[in-house]
Write a protein that binds this ligand. Structure first.
Ligand SMILES: NC(=O)c1ccc[n+]([C@@H]2O[C@H](COP(=O)([O-])OP(=O)(O)OC[C@H]3O[C@@H](n4cnc5c(N)ncnc54)[C@H](O)[C@@H]3O)[C@@H](O)[C@H]2O)c1
Length: 434
């Protein structure tokens, strides 16, 4: 069974099924289609399925022509999970958020697996890519897979391979990002390597699914803790009248032993604010507290409030209260050059500003209309930032440093800018660094 599946994967006659066609699943689908595999895409969002089948993209960084060309290669999207039996590889790229108690919400993964289980058959490989705590594949996927009567490692193969997509990063694409793979058994790992090795330049095998799960968490916790550290350093430096960005630039000239991390208005995106708490939750089962994670979380979560205090101070220095002030937020995506709004600190800032009586508008070349979000509702569209409009605001709050912004024009016409990203290097009379 194993050898037959490996041959199919290596000969590209295997059908690849991808579940969850979002920021992770869609680029992976494109990669498999590009190298000649037949790919089936599964999603529960009918709107996405229709768009994809009409050759249209819904992610700004993925052009529709790529979807259209995948369609020509035989790619099809569907919400009919019975078609899972047609796929030889089932790759799950499903959301793994936190619930309202900030605990892992694995329901998307377990629901999808439950929907797929009736269609599992001999000779398939099941790979989970969603970020999660160590043990998920063994504790959640394995019993479901074996409930079919199939034996994992003999009839069916189970792997965990974390996604490392970095949307908006021009230096890497799916092919060039090394891929960590862990198998439930040695045979599972062998199949897992065959699944990814034609699509990805470098495969990094590890000894277990747990090690692969922990690898992804280490990567994201490393970022979250270091961003927490540099955010704390920013607060200290600010109080001392030092520009943290100047310090980071200087420290970055050290050719060894220093990695720059950049402070900001708070953490954003689907990964860094969320994933570390998957480990926090699991560690409790082992009577352990994850203090670095909690501390970084506390500092990072408080950043928007610290930025608001700087906004209030900057306005008050010019004799203006925040209540009634006209504030334009520059950039509402969670990071530069993307249209992704998940967990964006800019939105938290908009909420805090409104709560304090400010009149808030935004401009973002990547987000023309404020989208529907789970926790926020703003009936706003991006304004066109003409010099006259810029001059009409009491304060510009620079929250996302998109390349498409005209920073010189902002600076020339704004009454006051609070810069949370260190865009303005010089000391300027109308710019407050925050
Ligand atoms: N976005 C990133 O940059 C990134 C990077 C690395 C890892 N990850 C991880 O990858 C996973 C997916 O993240 P994403 O950013 O692609 O999420 P996403 O929200 O962009 O996409 C998830 C897709 O899954 C679909 N979906 C939800 N429930 C489903 C179900 N039951 N069956 C089929 N489809 C379903 C949604 O409709 C959506 O299209 C998460 O675990 C995330 O932590 C994300």
């Amino acid at each position: 069974m194993k050898q037959k599946l490996i041959e199919k994967l290596k000969g590209k006659s295997a059908v690849i099924g991808i579940f969850g066609l979002g920021y992770v699943g869609l680029p992976l689908m494109l990669r498999y289609a590009e190298i000649g595999y037949k790919v089936l895409g599964f999603d529960i969002d009918q709107d996405k399925i229709e768009k994809l089948n009409n050759g249209k993209s819904y992610i700004e960084l993925i052009p529709s022509r790529k979807i259209a060309s995948a369609r020509e290669q035989g790619f099809k999207a569907t919400s009919d999970f019975s078609k899972a039996s047609e796929a030889d590889a089932l790759i799950l790229c499903i959301p793994t958020p936190l619930n309202k108690y900030r605990e892992p919400d694995l329901s998307f993964v377990t629901d999808t697996t439950d929907m797929v289980v009736p269609y599992l058959r001999k000779g398939q490989v099941l790979s989970l890519e969603s970020t999660t705590y160590p043990g998920t594949t063994e504790e959640e996927m394995l019993p479901r897979a074996e409930s079919t009567g199939l034996k994992v490692g003999e009839d069916l193969f189970l792997v965990y391979s974390p996604e490392r997509e970095d949307p908006g990063n021009p230096n890497f694409e799916t092919r060039t990002i090394p891929k960590v793979v862990g198998g439930f058994t040695a045979a599972c790992l062998e199949v897992g390597k065959a699944l990814y090795e034609l699509a990805i330049d470098q495969i990094v095998p590890v000894s277990s699914t747990k090690a692969a799960e922990m690898t992804k968490l280490l990567e994201n916790i490393h970022r979250s803790v270091n961003i927490g550290l540099v955010n704390e350093m920013k607060i200290v430096a600010d109080r001392m009248g030092i520009d943290i960005h100047e310090v980071i630039r200087a420290a970055s000239t050290k050719p060894f032993g220093f990695t720059p991390y950049y402070p900001g208005p708070g953490l954003g995106g689907h990964c860094i604010p969320i994933d570390p708490f998957y480990l926090t939750w699991k560690a409790r089962e082992y009577d352990l507290n994850t203090r670095f994670i909690e501390l970084a979380g506390e500092i990072n979560t408080n950043m928007p409030r610290w930025v608001i205090s700087k906004v209030i101070e900057a306005l008050s220095d010019r004799g203006k209260p925040l209540k009634g002030a006209r504030v334009l937020v520059l950039g509402i995506a969670y990071k530069k050059n993307v249209d992704d709004m998940r967990e964006s600190p800019a939105v938290k800032l908009m909420e805090l500003l409104e709560e304090r009586g400010a009149i808030v508008h935004y401009t973002d070349p990547h987000v023309p209309v404020f989208p529907k979000m789970r926790n926020y509702c703003f009936d706003l569209a991006s304004i066109n930032p003409t010099p006259d409009r810029i001059a009409s605001y009491d304060l510009l709050l620079l929250t996302t440093d998109h390349d498409k912004f005209n920073y010189d024009m902002f600076q020339q016409h704004a009454k006051l800018i609070v810069d949370t990203r260190g865009v303005y290097l010089d000391s300027l009379p109308n710019v407050v660094k925050s």
